[in-house]
Ligand binder design. Sequence first.
Ligand code: HGY
Ligand code: MN
Ligand code: MN
Length: 418
Amino acid sequence: MSATTTRELVEIDERRLLRRLDDLAQRGALAQGGIYRALYSPAWSSAMELVAGWLKEAGLFVRRDAVGNVWGRIEGSRGGRAIVTGSHIDTVRGGGALDGALGVVAGIEAVTSLWDRFGRSTRILECVAICEEEGSRFNTNFWGARAIADRLEPGEADRVRDADGMTLAEAMRSVGLDPATAAGAVRRDIDVFVELHVEQGPILEDHGPRLGVVTTIAGTAHLEVTVRGQPDHAGAMAMTRRRDALLGASAMTLAIAETAVRMGHPAVATVGTIAVEPAQVNVVPGIARFTVDARHTDPARRTELLTQIGDACKAIARERKLDVEIRTLRDRPPVTLSPRIADVLRRACLAAGMEPRDMTSGAGHDAQVLTAAANVGMLFVPSIGGRSHCPDEATTADDVVLGTRALATALRELAYQM
Ligand code: HGY
Ligand code: MN
Ligand code: MN
């Protein structure tokens, strides 16, 4: 079938969809604004219960897997490998109501509408709320999708800790999961994974149209940079004789951003955390430690970006008589999504009356990890002002509905084949 064939748009229950997004946004809502649903926290458990209830209400077979991903399933009349949609339930600290949540709630709405309107699918059709993607609580990310794709590292649950020193394994036990059985979450029977997500950037809003089909997801490297100088008295040590680690780290931060700006879109580099030691008002910082998140969709350009960042930090350390150590925390390569599923999504967008934009994603997604286990497609709807990972993250109700209809239409083509 050609990419230009028009299909019938699948209707959904708009009011239910929007109400559920609002309901989910209450789980983990912070008094100061924004949302925080940390993996295996009470807010996370409450959100997962809500989602499991909606899946049960739809009449799906519901189960929680070995790491806490929640699945709802329609047994296809012809069996075979599954068609899956979904996204993650966790958020960043002070995040918004749509990152991850949209793909979960829209996925439930799409599967429920298909079930209600067309009955049992020919293919197995599932919706999944993935337990963790953001890396907000533990020093690891994509925990849920990596468990599905058999990409957990040996001993990871016992090694990785949160800021309070609790291991991931202990946190699992606290919600009734057994870390020893985590491998039980592996799925080798998924044919297709489709994720609807907010764009989290300004391209669709600035240039249109209101739907985007993702072709590539940027590769992300996370670095930890430790700058060592010399702690000294803040009153007595002359400015000219100091080896101030924070001043070095500050110069590095500016140089890192300039490196990405010079390279141009879609190169990005962000210093998201910084800490100093001894961290006292009257002591010149002896140590400064910061993280770098650096991304590019092109593997060679990404390597170049990382090399230039490293060189810039070393040059600044030399100038300022500081030591610098750069450690790679994690390094995920860029991935290309399935052209076949992109065509299915394009047809669904055309059914919604819109030729979608092909686009790359600067943000990381469960979809990129699941390319190791399935044929993957992603659909974007606009983010107002391009804002995300903040309380102001928003998309118009019309665009939420449009994206969900397009998702349902794509799932119909995939799961209701004759
Ligand atoms: O960092 C990311 O791109 C994702 O939102 N976790
Ligand atoms: Mn995110
Ligand atoms: Mn997300």
